[in-house]
Design a protein around this ligand. Structure first.
Ligand code: BGC
Length: 348
C-alpha cells in the first residue's frame, strides 16, 4: 500500500512510498484512512526541523490529523465496520510516568511518550493502519470527512480546560477572550470560546478573505491591526501563533486575574530587551497567569468531538480550503496564504 514518508531532519525527503500492510501486532482494529490534515508541525517535519523515525527505521510515515473508517474490528471492541474513527496522536511512555499512568499522556513527565507521525510512531498518511481500541475515538457519523478537524480541536479543548481550571482558582466571571492567529487552531479556539458564551475577538494579519468570513460565521469579531486595539484587558488570551512579539504582548495585555494560554510552538533564536521587573510586577499585582499547553488526552478528544458535533457545519466545511489526493501530496505541503486547513485524501 502507499504511504507518505519522510526521513526526519532531512529537508525535502518527503515521498510517496510502497510500504507493507499494517502488521497484525500493531492493533486489533483495521482502519482505512479517509483523509489526513496538514499542519505546521508536518511542514516543520518535511522541512527537516523536527521529527523522529520509529526506532531502527530511517523513515517515518507522516500525518497525525486523521479521519478513517473501520474495516475490521473484534467483537466487544466497541467499534463496528464503517465507524468513522480518529487515531489518538500521543501514546503513553512505557515507564510509565505518573501522568501517563493515569492516561494523561499529554502531560508526560519523562519525555518518553511517542506521537504518531511525529515522534517514533508511524503516522496516518497511509492507506490503512491498525490500532488498538484504546488508541481510537469514534466521531459523530454526521461529520464524516470533517472529522479530520477533530485532532486540532483536541488541542484547543485542552487549552480551554487549562484556562477554565486556572481561572477558577478563585471566583471568576470571564466575559472576553482574544485569540491570536486565525489559522485552524485559532479558529477552533474561537469556536470553543463562543460555545462557552464568551465575547471572542480574533487577531490575524490578513485584512480580507476567508479568515474574517470564518470568524464572522461563529459570531466572533475579526481584527487585523495592533493587539492592544483589538480588545482592552481580555479575561482570556489563547495565543495560537507562537510569534515571539505577540506572545510577550499577550502577557502584557491580559486583564486582572486573566489567563494567557500559549499553544504555538515558536522557532528559536528571537531575543529582545524587556524590563523583566516591570513585567513581573504587573503579573504579580494583577494575579495574571500564563500557561503553556500541548497535545491532548482522551478527555480532550471527547470534549472536541462534542464541540464539533454542535458547530455550524458550514463553518467546518469552509475551514477546509484545499483537498489533494495522496498521489499529488506535494501540492498539500505548499500552503497558500489564504489556505486554512489543507487535507490529503486517501479514500472516499
Ligand atoms: C500536534 C500535537 C503534538 C504537538 C507536538 C502538534 O502539531 O497536534 O498532537 O503533541 O504537535 O509534537
Amino acid at each position: 500500500m502507499k504511504a507518505i514518508t519522510v526521513i526526519p531532519l532531512s529537508a525535502g525527503s518527503a515521498g510517496l512510498d510502497d510500504i507493507d500492510e499494517p502488521a497484525e501486532d500493531t492493533g486489533s482494529v483495521l482502519v482505512q484512512t479517509v483523509a489526513v490534515g496538514v499542519c505546521g508541525t508536518d511542514i516543520e517535519i518535511t522541512s527537516g526541523q523536527y521529527g523522529w523515525a520509529p526506532p531502527g527505521h530511517q523513515k517515518l510515515v507522516l500525518g497525525h490529523e486523521s479521519i478513517g473508517k473501520v474495516l475490521e474490528a473484534p467483537q466487544g471492541s466497541g467499534f463496528s465496520i464503517g465507524d468513522f474513527v480518529v487515531g489518538i496522536v500521543r501514546r503513553p511512555d512505557p515507564v510509565p510516568c505518573y501522568s501517563c499512568a493515569v492516561g494523561e499522556w499529554d502531560n508526560c513527565h519523562n519525555g518518553q511518550y511517542q506521537e504518531h507521525g511525529i515522534k517514533e510512531l508511524d503516522g496516518f498518511m497511509r492507506e490503512r493502519y491498525r490500532a488498538d481500541a484504546d488508541a481510537l475515538v469514534t466521531v459523530d457519523p454526521g461529520l464524516g470527512e470533517l472529522g479530520v478537524l477533530l485532532e486540532p480541536t483536541t488541542i484547543v479543548a485542552k487549552a480551554w480546560e487549562d484556562v477554565d481550571k486556572i481561572g477558577n482558582r478563585s471566583h471568576w466571571e470571564p466575559k472576553t477572550a482574544l485569540v491570536t492567529g486565525a489559522g485552524p487552531v485559532g479558529l477552533l479556539a474561537a469556536l470553543l470560546g463562543r460555545q462557552k458564551g464568551l465575547e471572542v475577538h480574533v487577531l490575524d494579519q490578513v485584512t480580507s478573505g476567508i479568515k474574517p468570513e470564518l470568524v464572522a460565521m461563529i459570531g466572533a469579531t475579526y481584527h487585523s491591526g495592533k493587539m492592544e486595539d483589538a480588545v482592552k484587558s481580555p479575561d482570556v488570551i489563547i495565543e495560537c501563533t507562537g510569534v515571539p512579539s505577540l506572545v510577550f504582548e499577550a502577557t502584557q495585555l491580559i486583564g486582572t486575574g486573566g489567563v494567557v494560554c500559549l499553544t504555538g510552538v515558536s522557532s528559536t533564536g528571537h531575543t529582545t530587551d524587556i524590563d523583566v521587573g516591570l513585567w513581573n510586577r504587573d503579573l504579580v499585582l494583577s494575579n495574571k497567569a500564563i500557561v503553556g499547553s500541548v497535545n491532548a488526552n482522551r478527555r480532550h478528544y471527547e470534549a472536541a468531538s462534542e464541540a464539533l458535533a454542535k458547530a455550524p457545519r458550514a463553518f467546518l466545511e469552509k475551514m477546509i480550503t484545499k483537498k489533494v489526493p495522496f498521489t499529488d501530496f506535494s501540492k498539500a505541503l505548499d500552503h497558500g496564504t489564504d489556505d486554512v486547513k489543507v487535507i490529503i485524501t486517501f479514500s472516499d
